[in-house]
Design a protein around this ligand. Structure first.
Ligand code: BTN
Length: 258
């Protein structure tokens, strides 16, 4: 059973300074909260609508990977936004949301969260949260944006190869009240999306550099092996390849080699 009653979440949101009630749909088990938010977007649902589930049977990550979504453990949350954005900016919105999730983690007692380009939030190289941003386009314009976040909260063990790669707020000594975690995520994501809509990644540049999990490390991305040299204003990963050329990687995933 989900211990996050809609009223509790609303109370937490009010405590964090939200003045108007927002539509919050709290579900037991669902397929994917991103799919629920996309359906709501297609049906004309309002900006700010939130979907939160106790468990997901088809939780998704980037590249079609499954997102481990057991009941009673974590936060699976999707926010429907309607920012004024051009389609090419959707991809780097996940970096702004990554910063928002890292800020939320800090407010919840875990200060050391880092962003692993393009969409992971790590602590000590273990994954605390993942971000899946999906844009619904009309031509070159974004009609709506679904921002999905999976954040490990109460889990103290993970199955299979996740055991070595994942962590949670509980394991890191952070807050474990899922209503408080979800409310903080909503507030930080909304603020970050507003800043991103106004200024792109510029308002996040300094913090992205500070929180960059890859900076100075050996990586392989888009077939390029070399040293990660940060993230540029367009959200591309910079890699200093063997031989010294600085290469820009616009999409895909990155493997940490050392
Ligand atoms: C990733 O690390 O690849 C992104 C994971 C995103 C998971 C969240 S959980 C809530 C929302 N619903 C989904 O199906 N996916 C996102």
């Amino acid at each position: 059973m989900l211990d996050v009653e809609p009223d509790l979440l609303a109370a937490e949101l009010a405590r964090l300074g939200e003045r108007a009630a927002r539509p919050v749909i709290v579900l037991g088990e669902t397929g994917s909260t991103n799919d629920d938010a996309k359906a709501a977007a297609a049906a004309g649902g309002p900006a700010g609508m939130v979907f939160l589930a106790d468990a997901q049977s088809r939780g998704r990550g980037r590249g079609g990977h499954a997102w481990h979504s057991p009941a009673g453990q974590n936060v699976y949350l999707s926010l429907l936004a309607r920012p004024k954005l051009d389609a090419p900016r959707v991809a780097c919105a996940s970096l702004a949301v990554g910063v928002a999730v890292a800020r939320a983690a800090a407010a919840l007692g875990v200060a050391a969260a880092r962003i692993k380009w393009p969409n992971d939030v790590l602590v000590a190289d273990k994954k605390l949260a993942g971000v899946l941003v999906e844009g619904q386009l009309r031509g070159a314009r974004v009609e709506s944006l679904v921002v999905g976040v999976g954040l490990n909260v109460l889990a103290t063990s993970f199955p299979g190869d996740l055991a070595a790669r994942a962590t949670s707020l509980a394991m890191l000594g952070g807050a474990t009240n899922r209503a408080a975690v979800a409310a903080r995520l909503v507030v930080e994501i909304e603020a970050a999306l507003a800043a991103f809509e106004r200024g792109g990644l510029a308002p996040f540049a300094a913090e992205l550099a500070d929180r960059d999990a890859l900076l100075g490390r050996r990586v392989r991305a888009a077939g390029i092996e070399g040293e990660a040299r940060g993230i540029d204003a367009a959200g591309r990963l910079l890699v200093r390849a063997e031989g010294g050329a600085l290469r820009e990687v616009a999409s895909g995933s990155v493997e940490l080699l050392a």
